[in-house]
Design a protein around this ligand. Structure first.
Ligand code: SF4
Length: 396
């Protein structure tokens, strides 16, 4: 299948519009890079947004049926390959990626904070573009514990529902994840998370093991900044492949300062990400959506590319993993690939991985209000006094 080319003004088909596919953070970076080249896009394209972006009209992907000769730049990291395949199916062949644009000097003073963070992290996009068409995962989330030092009422990962949270069995999980890795070509970013990953004092085992993997390009550890990691974990965090994302919910300032001071002292790479709001996905009760409603929610969801590995299972998003693990929804075997099932051959598992990537909805969407541009905003990290109640109908 045809691949994208790094964008060059000289490679554009003259007389055809320039369309930036993705009206979000990479769209912003594409806009600034094109401006440096004296080009204003004719359209942005996005399935989840309408109106204008930087004063440029946003069109829906369906409109591209009539614009198949356009010069289209894929400005998305999470859904790069999905968009590429969709565009080819619509007969679009002048497809470009942003590798050359992201290597340009861009005006950081005009960018949003998110765009600046992505610009600094552009190698992940490069990696995704380089591995297009392969069994490449842009992002894989590896859960090391259900335990957390906070109990956020609106946690997207559903930790607020666990009554007796546990650490995972690291040996078994690493063995099963190794099996997954043996079947994929590349993982651009492995995210190590919980709960709070440093609640698991042995998280270094995962970090050491996967920092040594040639199939994993970068590792990001997601912490809420409440725990200074122990000395053994700090030692592993010094690996140059690893960066720590400190999520700042604006109410643990002293603890975050302590964590940062320790990271500075130990030469651990980190960045601080401040959150002013979260999106409210609602509780985990069944909604009774039709297939079309589930599909619409899924296709507009910001989390549908957050492939999450937990207890040997690879799911499309963290809510799917944890809603099933909690027993709040049925165990839908079609919605995950199960590396804990040793009877499955590599051939079967590979087919299931492709099937998982091609999903247009999952049953977990029926237990979710979806993080999308229409979701309600909530204040981040509001604390619940005790685990939240839910109905466990599907698990002993
Ligand atoms: S359950 Fe569906 S809508 Fe909710 S986060 Fe997951 S993919 Fe998105």
């Amino acid at each position: 299948m045809e691949k994208t080319k790094p964008f060059q003004a000289a490679s554009m088909v003259q007389g055809q519009p320039v369309i930036v596919y993705g009206a979000s953070v990479f769209g912003e970076l594409a806009y600034y890079a094109l401006a440096e080249l004296g080009i204003t896009p004719d359209y942005f394209c996005d399935r989840a947004r309408t109106g204008t972006y930087f004063g440029v009209e946003i069109i829906h992907p369906e409109k591209l049926d009539q614009l198949s000769g356009a010069n289209i730049i894929i400005a998305s990291c999470d859904y790069f390959d999905e968009i590429r395949v969709q565009l080819m199916g619509q007969g679009c062949h002048n497809l470009f990626d942003m590798r050359s644009l992201l290597s340009m000097e861009l005006p950081k003073d005009r960018m949003t904070e998110r765009a600046k963070a992505m610009y600094a992290y552009a190698q992940v996009y490069d990696d995704v573009a380089e591995h297009q068409g392969m069994l490449n995962f842009h992002r894989l989330q590896f859960v090391v514990t259900e335990r957390c030092s906070l109990r956020c009422r609106d946690c997207m990962h559903l930790m607020q529902y666990y009554k007796k949270p546990q650490d995972i069995d690291l040996d078994a999980s690493c063995r099963q994840f190794d099996h997954l890795l043996s079947l994929v070509d590349n993982v651009s970013e492995l995210r190590v998370l919980g709960g709070e990953p440093f609640m698991n004092k042995d998280v270094y085992q995962v970090l050491d093991h996967y920092a040594a993997s040639s199939k994993i390009e970068t590792i990001t550890v997601y912490t809420n900044g409440t725990i200074v990691p122990n000395e053994r974990n700090l030692k592993s965090l010094q690996n140059k492949k690893i960066i720590v994302n400190i999520s700042d919910y604006r109410h643990n300032q002293e603890r975050i300062r302590n964590v940062i001071a320790k990271f500075e002292e130990c030469h651990v790479k980190y960045f601080l990400r401040q959150y002013d709001s979260w999106q409210d996905c609602g509780d985990i009760s069944e909604r009774g959506y039709t297939k079309e409603q589930k599909e619409q929610l899924f296709m507009n969801c910001f989390e549908r590319g957050c492939y999450t590995f937990y207890k040997g299972q690879l799911h499309r998003c963290p809510r799917s993993v944890h809603a099933m693990n909690l027993g709040a929804m049925p165990d839908v075997k079609d919605d995950y690939v199960d590396f804990s099932d040793e009877t499955l051959s590599d051939d079967v598992l590979t087919k299931q991985l492709h099937k998982l990537r091609a999903k247009t909805w999952i049953e977990a969407c029926n237990y979710c209000s979806g993080p999308d541009i229409w979701s309600q905003s909530v204040t981040p990290a509001i604390q619940a006094k005790q685990p939240l109640a839910y109905v466990n109908q599907y698990k002993n």
